[in-house]
Design a binder for this molecule. Structure first.
Ligand code: MRU
Length: 358
């Protein structure tokens, strides 16, 4: 069980653990305005694809709960405004867009349905929609937790009995709201008694590995060794890694997978050294609308995240690039672990089968 809770819906607002301040400080913010939820997603108070999806759903529920709309049509206009603000925050993690679509479908169903206690006044309909959207956001959160449990169990079966497992970034409880995807797989394997040690690359430039994954694993007493990103090749080459397991921000229909920058070279090196490379992600991260990974939008983040660490300049005043994700081509991926089953090549078929299931 992961104790870490990155996001929670409360009567006073959406509560988020500020991941920018970890591991130094554990600080929670309570947001009472959807615009602040959108800013929190953009500024990485909360991050990780599934957690971004939960935050998007809660942001919509909050925006609608607080809207002054008196009619369903006014509420619909407000919904569009709220969803639009959240849609513009981060482009790569498809869970965000998936969650907004889910909330939109729920809005439409609630707006179209008549209450059991008909005839219903307009204010009563508005109240029913507000409550229904809060319920839907909570359901999405609960589903993330269930999906992580299932991914953990299915993925643990693929890990070795002992030895080192390499991951990337943070695909743990902080990134999902459950036990994590890649880290959920490792957690379940450790719970089952496997003697594993996690190799954690620091994941420059934002250091999700050093700051977040190391913090999460340490809290749970799971053995880990922190390395710098340029040590990955050495550890794979010297036969000290039994498997690689990473999360995903978007998986195209052919299995090409966008994940944190640095994942692609890790997959190439894993192939070179005969180490299986696994992706663990919920079905909501699969984007069947994109045929291949070259269509996945890659977020370009501020150059200051490269030229500075913790607000301290470490480079001269030069141009710096920060593509936040890269795309691992599907032939490098041994399997994609979802809550509905483990997909293997050919991914066009296996992913369509899993993502298409009810
Ligand atoms: O920029 P971030 O921190 O949101 O990127 C996170 C990742 O790349 C994770 O590996 C991915 O979202 C999977 S999280 C379960």
């Amino acid at each position: 069980m992961a104790e870490v809770e990155p996001i929670r819906w409360t009567e006073s607002g959406v509560v988020m653990l500020d991941q920018r301040r970890l591991p130094g400080e554990v600080v929670y913010h309570t947001y009472t305005d959807y615009r602040h939820v959108a800013a929190a997603i953009r500024d990485m108070v909360i991050r990780g694809a599934p957690a971004i999806g939960v935050a998007a759903a809660m942001g919509v529920a909050l925006g609608i709960k607080c809207a002054s709309a008196r009619s369903v049509s006014e509420l619909r206009a407000e919904f569009e405004k709220v969803a639009d603000a959240i849609r513009k925050t981060r482009p790569t993690a498809v869970d965000l867009f998936w969650a907004l679509e889910r909330m939109q479908r729920r809005f439409d169903a609630l707006a179209g349905a008549e209450s059991a206690e008909a005839p219903e006044s307009e204010p009563a309909r508005v109240e029913r929609i507000r409550a229904g959207l809060v319920e839907e956001a909570l359901r999405i959160h609960a589903e993330r937790r269930e999906a992580d449990e299932r991914i953990g169990i299915l993925g643990a079966a693929l890990l070795p009995e002992s030895g080192r497992v390499l991951t990337q970034c943070n695909a743990g409880a902080l990134a999902t709201g459950g036990i994590g995807t890649a880290l959920g797989v490792i957690r379940k394997a450790v719970e089952q008694g496997r003697q594993l040690e996690v190799l954690v690359p620091e994941t420059r430039p934002y250091l999700q590995g050093a700051r977040l994954t190391a913090w999460e694993l340490k809290q749970e007493g799971i053995p880990l060794t922190l390395i710098t990103d340029n040590m990955v090749g050495h550890f794979l080459q010297t036969g000290k890694v039994g498997a690689v397991v990473v999360g995903a921000d978007r998986i195209a229909a052919n299995g090409d997978t966008a994940n944190k920058i640095g994942t692609y070279p890790m997959a190439v090196l894993a192939r070179e050294h005969g180490v299986p490379f696994y992706v663990a992600a919920p079905v909501s991260t699969i984007d069947l609308a994109l045929a291949s990974g070259d269509r996945i939008p890659i977020e370009e983040r501020p150059a200051e995240e490269v030229t500075h660490i913790g607000g301290v300049r470490i480079a001269p005043d030069v141009r710096a690039a920060h593509p936040a994700f890269d795309v691992t081509p599907h032939p490098l991926i041994a399997a994609i672990i979802t809550e509905r089953g483990v997909a293997r090549a050919p991914y066009e078929e296996s992913l369509r089968r899993l993502a298409g299931k009810a």
